[in-house]
Design a protein around this ligand. Structure first.
Ligand SMILES: Nc1ncnc2c1ncn2[C@@H]1O[C@H](COP(=O)(O)OP(=O)(O)OP(=O)(O)O)[C@@H](O)[C@H]1O
Length: 269
């Protein structure tokens, strides 16, 4: 059954359609990738799901919740967290401090009740710390827990960014280019973490990624955007064989002689 249903979403900036009538669905516990050339509308779609943009038309349903007019904090409360392409971390704070700060958005007691029921507040704080420690173990960040984030390598910072999103206990995790700028080893690690997030945490994953080798390896389903329109969707095998996808990436129709290689392995876009 689909957990996320996007129906006929259009997003217009001035005269430009960043998204035109895009429909797609994301079943629970699947890894679903959204790919497409630069400017295709991938981040705009993620912004619509996470409440940063509100579509001009169309609907985005997550379970029983309509997201198309929801604010980002409401979307998070519904169970959707996002790891950002440009890291949303406080560089001067340690890994533990960053994760605790994110986790605090989940605290379910108000400042006043926290003051009155001190015991309850401190129990919740202990639970928050324990949860953060579990995520640190899961993302294998123990060695960096007391390091200020700004001193860590870019690859480790990307891992902290994913950990930050996981501290919100999402049912659906949105990953915007989690492997950008990583070396081969760091990418392999991130692939393993994404698979484990689905398997061990039971979280659905929506992934934007330019490395088509990775996308085709780990996705259950792939959707392709081009100029704001959905041009293909299906299993990795179906999508890689689709002439419209080959044309979008190479600029050449499948029946015409190719001057550029077909999308296989890593494609820099
Ligand atoms: N806030 C905005 N104001 C105006 N135009 C925007 C805005 N955000 C996105 N766009 C436009 O919408 C289109 C889609 O952009 P978007 O960033 O979603 O593409 P993308 O597929 O994520 O690209 P990339 O792979 O380069 O990140 C582009 O033409 C972009 O210029």
């Amino acid at each position: 059954m689909s957990q996320l249903n996007i129906e006929n979403v259009t997003l217009t900036f001035g005269g430009v359609n960043a998204l035109s009538d895009v429909s797609l669905s994301v079943p629970k516990h699947e890894i679903v990738s959204i790919i497409g050339p630069n400017g295709a509308g991938k981040t705009s779609l993620l912004n619509c799901i996470s409440g940063f943009y509100h579509p001009t038309r169309g609907s985005i349903r997550f379970g029983d919740h309509e997201l198309s007019r929801a604010a980002p904090n409401v979307v998070t409360r519904f169970g959707i967290a996002r790891a950002f392409q440009n890291l949303e971390l406080f560089r001067g704070l340690t890994v533990v401090e960053n994760l605790l700060l994110a986790r605090h958005t989940h605290i379910k007691y108000s400042l006043l009740s926290g003051a009155i029921f001190y015991g309850k507040a401190s129990r919740i704080e202990a639970e928050n710390r324990a949860y953060v420690e579990r995520i640190i173990d899961f993302m294998e960040l123990q060695a960096f827990r007391r390091a200020p984030v700004g001193t860590l390598s870019y690859g480790v910072q990307k891992r902290v960014e994913v950990a930050r999103a996981l501290t919100l206990e999402p049912q659906l995790l949105l990953l915007d280019e989690p492997m950008a700028g990583m070396n081969v080893e760091e990418k392999e690690d991130m692939v393993r973490f994404i698979l484990d997030i689905r398997e061990e945490q039971g979280v659905t994953v929506v992934l934007i990624e330019h490395d088509l080798g990775v996308v085709m390896d780990i996705s259950d389903r792939v959707y392709v955007l081009d100029f704001g329109q959905r041009i293909a969707g299906g299993t990795p095998a179906e999508v890689s064989a689709d002439p419209r996808v080959i044309e979008a990436y190479t600029g050449v129709g499948a029946d015409q002689p190719k001057t550029k290689p077909a999308p296989a392995g890593q494609v820099a876009t």
